[in-house]
Each structure stands twice: as C-alpha cells, then as structure tokens.
Design a protein around this ligand. Sequence first.
Ligand code: UDP
Ligand code: MG
Length: 176
Amino acid sequence: MTNDPNRGVQYTLVVIKPDGLKKSLTGNILTKLAEARLHIVGTKVLRVTRELAEAHYQHLKDKPFFKDLVDYIQGKPYGKEYERVMAIVYEGPGAIQRVRQIAGATNPEEADPVSVRGAYGRITTKGVFENVIHASSDPTDAEREIKLWFQPHELIGEIYPTKKVQQPAQEITAWA
Ligand code: UDP
Ligand code: MG
C-alpha cells in the first residue's frame, strides 16, 4: 500500500457553479481542466434543490454564511435562468489534487491568479466566496459527493460498488 495520494486512479466531482454559467465560463473552465489529463465519466446540467445544496455543504451548516452559500449554489442571486449548475465527474491518477490545483484556493483573493478561482472568483458584499467551481477535496469527500450528485447509471463504469433494488412502479415522463 502507498500513502501517496497521487498514485492510483481517483474520482473527483467538479461543479461549475451558477456564477460560472452566468459569466459564460463553461468552455474556459473545461479547457483549463483538460490540462489535468483526466477522463470525464459523467456530466449533467441540473437545478440544485435545497436538499442537495444542504447535504453537499453539510460540513458548513454551523457557519454564519450557510444560508447565503445554499442560495448561491442554487443560483438564487442570479435569476431563474441561472438556477443551474454543470456537474462533472473526472477519473484519473491524482485527479483530486490535480483538479484542486487548477481550481485554486477557496478564497478567490488568496487563490493563484492563474487558477479558475483566482482569475474569475470574487467575494460578494454578503461575504460569500463566489468562486466559480467546486472541486472535491479528498477521496472520502469525493465518494460522498459523487454518490450524492449522480446515480450509478449516469456514470461510465461501476466506479463504486452497486446493488440491485426493486423500485415500486412509478410514472415517468417520456417523449410524446
Ligand atoms: N465559503 C465561503 N466562505 C468561507 C468558506 C467557504 O463563502 O469562509 C464557500 C465557498 O464558496 C466554498 C464553499 O463555501 O467554495 C465550500 O467551502 P469549503 O471550505 O469546502 O471550500 P472548498 O472545498 O470549496 O475550497
Ligand atoms: Mg470543500
């Protein structure tokens, strides 16, 4: 066994937050992330529910900025058309650290100016770090977050163990 976190395949969750979409940075961010030489194993655009936002940021629930943070990841400050994010799962050696490096430090004022957060982030008047992207910080967080944001069938390959469960008959929306 090795303790080197850069050895072996890792998975990491990236979320392009609503400010990233509003500032039309999606292409730019994906291009920068391509430098990490990783593979995309899943992606989708979605509206973040309050439940998802609160579960994703559960480690910050006692912080004074928690409510504003939940509003931020849901896109509430930007208007209905920006109440969406793009979530991506990357796979590859050292994926977590490589993506964090490109993302930059949490506080955009302290982040490397060439990083995504350093180049495009800002601190709002409410004091929230509007830092354009989320990136998982360690393997435990990555697994928790990926399982929160994606179902097994939405990813290429069985990246974590799965099980078969019976679903009660339910109505779904199909193309008319
Ligand atoms: N955040 C903030 N103020 C803080 C710390 C965090 O606004 O003092 C926001 C910021 O958007 C950050 C998110 O909360 O990206 C999650 O915080 P975390 O400490 O997990 O930082 P990250 O892993 O995103 O770098
Ligand atoms: Mg974090």
